[in-house]
Design a protein around this ligand. Structure first.
Ligand code: GLN
Length: 386
């Protein structure tokens, strides 16, 4: 081939998550990089999926998702977040949240439209925005608080802002956006007539009694927000790739046009198992949060005892530490040594920045068994001040 491939994708490296998991396998490392639990997940939910594969429907399900799943999503958000979505006109099932994000970007923006993005940003966002023709405008968030300000929003928003892509709780920082900051963001969206595309996949994974506030529930946001959720994160079954997207009917109509030509449908058996899971009693979700919270505390204490400067984590599967006090200023080089020399895979947070990265923060996934965390801590004790 002599003609150039698409420049957005041909210039991209393999994702940092895939790269780190491969290095972890090669070096027989403890993998606290890519975010996935090392627990098999609730057996009854997996059993439902198995039954549905063997005895259920294995042909195309309806394009918008199984009616039973859309009803379950609606009931779930009403019960847990007090937001009401009409299962027939406001909910669509997608093959994971990433498909929902890609579809929404393709459906909602025109080439040249400005898209506000918050850094650190999940690595899929920027290539998708660019491929959809969006012009990225960054709001840079920095440790330890990772908060935006009126000034930083003012610098990013303009009359050309079409959409804001917002992740809350935020991966990789593990922070939950404070209510006053959410209100400020809502005001900016309204003042600029912008759509908020909300990646809320970590909505259930929040700690210390915090509860998730969906941006779509704020006054004035119901008609201009797209909310995205993910069964992979709600049930710690990250390989399932069953997501859902909620929006007012007018927006949903165009979202469905993108979805019909991206994946069209999502495996029906997994959809029925997710419908079953979403109806679980509160205790199920409380226990999930309590388990992750205690794993967070365990790793946090272990790291602190070893002398690491640990940042707070309010949600997600992740906790970060600062390598600057270790005399380090290059997170990529640090993570490379960590995996090859000490046998622990981690994620350098600079991978989540497009420009002027923060280069001294390293992300670890604590959603692991105690024995895995112990093995990682044992190896991390080999990190010496340089
Ligand atoms: N969401 C996962 C993480 O942040 C990664 C998913 C992936 O590997 N694409 O670790």
């Amino acid at each position: 081939m002599t003609k150039a491939f698409n420049s957005t994708f041909s210039g991209l490296p393999t994702t940092v998550f895939e790269t780190m998991s491969r290095l972890a396998r090669e070096h027989n490392a403890v993998n606290l990089g890519q975010g996935f639990p090392d627990d098999p997940g609730a057996e009854d939910i997996r059993q439902k999926a198995a039954e549905a594969v063997v005895s259920g429907w294995n042909q195309y399900p309806p394009m918008m998702g199984l009616p039973e799943l859309r009803a379950a999503v609606s009931a779930h958000y009403w019960h847990h977040q007090g937001v009401s979505f009409d299962p027939d006109s406001e909910i669509m099932v997608t093959s994971g949240a990433t498909e929902a994000i890609a579809g929404a970007l393709f459906a909602l923006i025109e080439p040249g439209d400005e898209v506000v993005l918050f850094e650190p940003l999940y690595d899929a966002y920027l290539p998708l925005v660019k491929r959809a023709g969006g012009v990225p405008k960054f709001v840079k968030l920095e440790p330890p608080e990772w908060r935006f300000t009126a000034e930083s929003l003012m610098a990013a928003f303009s009359p050309r802002t079409k959409l804001v892509l917002f992740n809350n709780p935020l991966n990789p920082s593990g922070t939950v956006c404070p209510p006053e900051d959410l209100s400020m963001l809502a005001h900016f969206c309204m003042a600029h007539d912008a759509i908020a595309l909300c990646d809320e996949v970590w909505e259930h994974v929040v700690f210390d009694g915090l509860s998730h506030i969906p941006l779509i529930a704020l006054p004035g946001m119901r008609e201009r927000t797209v909310k995205i959720g993910s069964a992979g994160k709600i049930f710690s079954l990250t390989g399932w790739k069953v997501g859902f997207v909620m929006a007012a009917p007018e927006i949903m109509k165009v979202l469905s046009k993108a979805h019909q030509f991206l994946t069209f449908t999502t495996p029906p058996n997994l959809q029925s198992a997710v419908a079953y899971g979403l109806a679980k009693e509160d205790a199920f979700f409380d226990l999930m949060r309590a388990d992750f919270q205690s794993a967070r505390d365990y790793l946090s204490k272990g790291l602190t005892d070893l002398g690491f400067s640990v940042l707070p984590s309010q949600g997600t599967y992740f906790i970060n530490f600062d390598i600057a006090p270790l005399g380090e200023n290059d997170d990529v080089a640090f993570c490379q040594r960590l995996v090859t020399e000490l046998g622990v895979a981690a994620i350098p947070v600079s991978a989540f920045y497009a420009e002027e990265p923060v280069k001294t923060i390293v992300r670890l996934c604590f959603a692991k068994k105690r024995s895995t965390l112990d093995a990682a801590l044992e190896r991390l004790s080999g990190v010496r001040r340089r």
